[in-house]
Design a protein. Structure first.
Ligand SMILES: *[C@@H]1O[C@H](CO)[C@@H](O)[C@H](O)[C@H]1NC(C)=O
Length: 272
């Protein structure tokens, strides 16, 4: 399922601060954050379909994804994890990419996709749900946003809770260094579930209750499912990127932290 909370263009030090939990079956083969061999992409990688839920590029792009909670999904649909990769590897602006995706959006199961370019400081939100509605294409405004498994900023229990806690933490450390440990361990490992009466009632109440906390852990007939990765991605105005991930590997929690500078677009122009 996944949940992401982010601050876009409204922090004195950071262009982007993004926290994201990835929920998946624990035994689904996955690579933790790292540079991809054949491209200039940094992120975790789903080894089954080859895509990702969150990644950024050397050139200054960021893309992340959550799925939309729905009762029926199509096994033959195209893999949603390809969407961030298509954006990161391409040269289209977020707006152009979003507008082109509209034509193909029906080929995927329900998704919420955010694509951003840190040079032009534009961020777009695209979603192909609810089914039957026109595809949503929306420029993301500066400020704090939360993306769970419904439309951007839908007031689901876990989204509201994460937004409140995130805002409070940012108020406390306005110009200081971000308390990475506190953000990852406290904000993203929160297991408080929703009140039953507030569940969206799309799937069974028992399943929805199990998914209603920020940090998810469920035993299912198909094996253990839940949060197996927490990422904190920050981009400063000067292009300095820090990608921290705490992830589960063979039953053990491990950490990785990768830092780099996004390329300056102007200096990459080669004179003839
Ligand atoms: C909800 O979680 C509990 C505890 O992990 C589990 O026993 C139960 O089967 C789960 N229900 C569903 C529908 O996943």
């Amino acid at each position: 399922m996944c949940i992401a909370a982010f601050v876009w263009l409204s922090h004195p030090l950071y262009a982007l601060i993004l926290l994201q939990n990835r929920d998946e079956y624990h035994d689904r083969p996955t690579k933790p954050v790292g540079w991809w061999e054949e491209s200039e992409i940094l992120g975790g990688r789903d080894e089954v379909a080859g895509g990702t839920w969150l990644a950024c590029s050397r050139g200054g792009r960021v893309a992340f994804l959550t799925s939309v909670l729905e009762l029926h999904t199509l096994p033959e649909a195209r893999s949603r994890g390809d969407l961030p990769v298509l954006f990161l590897e391409g040269t289209k602006s977020p707006k152009e990419f979003a507008e082109e995706l509209v034509k193909e959006a029906h080929q995927y199961n329900g998704f919420n996709l955010i694509v951003a370019d840190l040079h032009s400081n534009t961020m777009m939100y695209i979603s192909n749900r609810p089914k039957g509605d026109a595809v949503t294409v929306q420029e993301v405004s500066p400020g704090i946003h939360v993306l769970s498994n419904a439309k951007l900023d839908s007031p689901w229990h876990k989204a509201k809770r994460l937004q409140q806690n995130f805002e409070e933490l940012l108020r406390k450390c306005r110009n200081d260094e971000l308390p990475v440990k506190e953000m990852v361990e406290k904000l993203m490992r929160d297991t408080v579930k929703a009140d039953k009466s507030t569940l969206p009632r799309i799937c069974s109440a028992d399943w929805e209750l199990n998914l209603s906390s920020i940090y998810v852990e469920v035993d299912t007939p198909l094996g253990r499912y839940g949060t197996r990765s927490t990422a904190l991605l920050t981009v400063k105005a000067n292009g300095e990127v820090s990608f921290y991930e705490k992830y589960l590997e063979e039953g053990m929690w491990k950490e990785k932290d990768v830092k780099y500078y996004m390329k300056q677009l102007k200096s990459s122009v080669v004179s003839p």
